[in-house]
Ligand binder design. Sequence first.
Ligand SMILES: Cc1cc2nc3c(=O)[nH]c(=O)nc-3n(C[C@H](O)[C@H](O)[C@H](O)COP(=O)(O)OP(=O)(O)OC[C@H]3O[C@@H](n4cnc5c(N)ncnc54)[C@H](O)[C@@H]3O)c2cc1C
Length: 505
Amino acid sequence: MDAIVIGSGPNGLTAAAHLAKAGWSVLVLEAQPHLGGACRSYPGTRPGFLHDFGAGFFPFAPISPAFTGLDLPGLTWLHGAIDSAHPGPDGSCPSLARDHEQILRTFGKDGEGFRGLVRWFQRCRDALVPALLATPAPVGAAFTLGVDNLLTFASLALQSGRGLGEGRFATDAARRVIPGLGLHADVGPDDPAGAAVGVMLALLACDTGFGVPRGGAGAITQALRSYVEARGGKVLLNTRVEQVLVRDGRAVAVRASDGQEYQAHRAVLADVSAQALFLRLLPPELVPPRVQRSMRRFPQGWGTFKLDLELQGPVPWRCPEARQAAVVHAGDDVEDLARFTAEVRAGKLPSNPYLVIGQQSLLDPSRAPEGAHTLYIYTHAPSHIAGGWPAHRQRLADAIEARIEALAPGFRSLIQGRVIHDPSDLEAQNENLIGGDLGGGTAAITHQFFFRPVFPYFRYRTPVSGLYLCSSYAHPGTGVHGACGYNAAQAAMLDGNSGSDARRS
Ligand SMILES: Cc1cc2nc3c(=O)[nH]c(=O)nc-3n(C[C@H](O)[C@H](O)[C@H](O)COP(=O)(O)OP(=O)(O)OC[C@H]3O[C@@H](n4cnc5c(N)ncnc54)[C@H](O)[C@@H]3O)c2cc1C
């Protein structure tokens, strides 16, 4: 094979797809019995239900250069009338939608201000999004974006979520939206430069939307697999790579746990955690001691605690917007989000868990039997908790249900099936989700761009020639955008085609 890709997450498969498109022979080796890493679907506890294991909503997919360059087969995108609803206990429900009339209506006196931001984003997003997803540092893309837009983006992203809300919006309801979206990752409302994640998600919700693929998140990774296989590539499941074999400073093969070796004539791309690559898959003498030290204290994001429910009917939200929303966020106000952040950081179970709630079956009837619905819910929690997760998971699941019941009386009586994934369950099903971290390491600004995963290896290359990190542990990090895989594949092709030594960063 020209290239071996370790791991079949969306980044691994995207890398494989671009290499195959360029005519390389590619083999993808996946440890698990299922394809797709954290972008896959699985059957429910009852016939006819289909849940998304990890990623559920895909604002980047329609515009990421990694995907638009592929023309993936068989993907149909479905949308709700509202993309993201943010109901509060006082009945307010600021809502983000591709239909901007919904923003004006639900944000009240902050509607025009929010819509102004969205309009700015829509004017520059064709330059901004590729610049953010590109290999650091994309000087050409930044030039296309222009100084004015760069400064506007920096002025938004470099604030805390609370600071941005207080500076721009008059109502408490509007002020909770961006910090609430920031908590998809491990970014609290008062974190320096913490607004970046929330701003991007908010603007994308009102532009490309929080769409879902018909048939579940797994349809995306299945489409990538089909693309690879149609170009002669292969995918092997149940094949865990334990070692990258290096000869004369160059990655030449990998060894799987059954002892089988697979040769790579041009490159090995690893859709694995940075720690696994630098501390386990490579012999220590090939990894600089400084990198090893940095990997030993690598800052993982928080744990994720997920519930997948099977319901007899749709959730009876009090707020009408939430009844039509792809995603609903529970967070009363910025203080509530700050308290949640402090509890998780202190290693405690959240007392009033912040929630991301996905209503995929409202958009895609193929996810549940007629009349019934799925509900996808996650919160964050410490990765490890005193007494162990088995002692606490039921209590946290109950607290999550109680919080939804308060916003949607009668909800609990609709539940007919429930699957709990605590942080250790997530990791057991995908070793990249260390401690249940969905982000490939922290999303804090201190670990982005040149410091992701470690300086100077922020451009996908590693200390070993022909070996590339292509997972979300590399820039631009979490999310199904395929950019980590695409950028790593570009680096591999550049090195492979020029015959240059890839030992440089
Ligand atoms: C609960 C949850 C909710 C999320 N929600 C969203 C969302 O709504 N929208 C969004 O865009 N993103 C979301 N994400 C994030 C998104 O799923 C990830 O950022 C994305 O899947 C990362 O892709 P990846 O290819 O880097 O790694 P992964 O998807 O983690 O895949 C890595 C793969 O590599 C395999 N692997 C690892 N080591 C080896 C080895 N040694 N040998 C062989 N195989 C190996 C693993 O088994 C796994 O299949 C969510 C994630 C989670 C967990």
